[in-house]
Design a protein around this ligand. Sequence first.
Ligand code: F6P
Length: 355
Amino acid sequence: MTKFKRIGVLTSGGDAPGMNDAVRAVVRAAIANGVEVMGIYRGYSGLIDGDIHQLDVHSVCNVINRGGTILYSDRCPAFMTEEGRLEAVETCRRFGIDGIIAIGGDGTFRGATALTALGVPCIGLPGTIDNDITSTDSTIGYDTAMNTVVELVDKLRDTCESHARCNVVEVMGRGACDIALNTGIATGATAIVISEIPFSEEELFEKMKRSRKLGKRNFIIIVSEAMGKEYGPALTKRIEAATGIETRFARLAHIVRGGNPTLADRVMATEMGVFAVDELLRGNSNLVICSRRGKVVATEIRYALALDDLYKGFKTREDLQAEFSEWEIERMEIEVEARHIYVKNLYNIAETVNI
Ligand code: F6P
């Protein structure tokens, strides 16, 4: 029988469509198992301040289709300190919270690991539009954000076609190229500029001039946020100067973080929420719930964070040797390589098809 009487659920970091579906699933699955659920508001800030209220099955009615997060979110510097974390543990004790399900990105998982080490077992769910958690094929909110980008770029295409213009469009994703790459394919972008793959502006200018001669009126260029704030506006000017094609710049920014979650996000968030509750109540913790090849699975947070560090180049295999076995590091290297190949393949597909 489970030792859990009451668990907490929080959302932290950038909000993402589908977070509410995950919260709903956690609440309903826990209550179905006879466990009470406390909603922790404003992420780890609310855990420190005690901004906590009980949720029942009805508290999560009519949230299945809502973007944002009903629990609100915050980036909490105080939680980075030992003092802040100890206050959070004290709050858990005060509210009788035996374990926590934390929905967010890698910062959220670092917090969850720290809390687990201090005696409050935690499980993480990947909630971010960026899809920058390497251990999962998809994060909650990613599919919705991509669909929103496609919808908006389709509108830009209409006006570009009418005026025979080019539109450079910067999309979010922090350091990750996933949104840019996939939406670039889905919108038929003439070019996709991401930090992972070298890009020749000269080749783009020549391509655009050739296509214009053949009668192409509209051009869409998708630029990843990872290229830096100045890059998109500067590229816009360079395109116009080099090709003579009138060019506009659009930064979609936070608009793609809002809106109703898609079916894919709703279903995945629900599956992950129920899975997380099962794991926690079975006595497991320090896990991040992932989706791999269509299956929901659990991965140790320590492994998931190290895999991210290796993929993003923040750490080398040597840095990981003190904490991980040779077998684990080799497994990470295979996963990193597979992701690089996936990115390259998608990029090549775009290059072949998007003329
Ligand atoms: O992580 C989600 C995200 O929207 C990123 O794509 C972006 O870089 C960042 O958050 C923006 O952060 P903020 O909401 O603090 O402006």
